[in-house]
Design a protein around this ligand. Structure first.
Ligand code: SF4
Length: 204
């Protein structure tokens, strides 16, 4: 608070002078505080923008508003009540032109063309994003370690295939005790089911 010299308004003939001066000083203090808060918010927004840009450049993420990220810190697991599946895409972007929600999966390995299990993984994320954001997802994106990006169209055919794969896995798990049949952590790293698999090897 600002200290006021009472002699100044003791000499003033106006009876409300002191109250007016105090009100003006309080107003100036309020404006200064508001200004400081705005500068803080602005700096936070700039830093966040550059942090996102850095991660985007590092992983070769396509352009679009970033709605969700699981790469620089663990994100909420998306769960589908309808299909009883769950997972965490690496990113969810909103296409700035169309407003579409686009799941993005980043793979550290290289590939000349997308692996089928990776395509199914992206398709499963499309289902999760549709239910979570109550929207239709037209496609997802696979990004490989060399920065190569592949658009995976979420067609009706792919939707059917991922749902039948989920059903087949469920039937398989219900009928037979399941266990891992290998000790190769590299297979788990590239596996579409590593998020959910309790036998997964390594730090996923
Ligand atoms: S994560 Fe699970 S299902 Fe995938 S390869 Fe590893 S053990 Fe097999």
């Amino acid at each position: 608070m600002v200290a006021h010299d009472s002699r100044l308004w003791d000499a003033c003939p106006c009876p409300d002078h002191a109250a007016v001066v105090v009100a003006v000083i309080n107003l100036i203090e309020g404006v200064l505080l508001l200004l400081l808060a705005s500068i803080g918010v602005f700096i936070f927004a700039i830093r966040r923008h550059y942090a996102i840009r850095e991660v985007r450049d590092q992983y070769g993420i396509p352009e679009g508003e970033l709605l969700y990220t699981d790469l620089d810190h663990p994100a909420e697991v998306l769960f589908s009540e309808k299909y009883r599946i769950s997972g965490r895409p690496d990113y969810i972007l909103r296409d700035e032109m169309t407003g579409d929600h686009i799941p993005v999966e980043v793979k550290s390995g290289r590939a000349k063309k997308p692996y089928w299990n990776h395509i199914l993984q992206v398709a499963a994320y499309c289902l999760l994003v549709e239910e979570h954001y109550h929207t239709r997802v037209p496609y997802g994106v696979l990004v490989y370690g060399d920065g190569e990006q592949h658009r995976i169209d979420f067609t009706e055919d792919l939707r059917r295939q991922v749902l039948s794969t989920v059903d087949a896995m469920r039937e398989c798990c219900a009928g037979t005790p399941v266990r891992r049949n290998h000790n190769a952590s590299v297979r788990c790293r590239n596996c579409a089911y590593s998020d959910e698999c309790r036998y997964c090897l390594g730090d996923m």
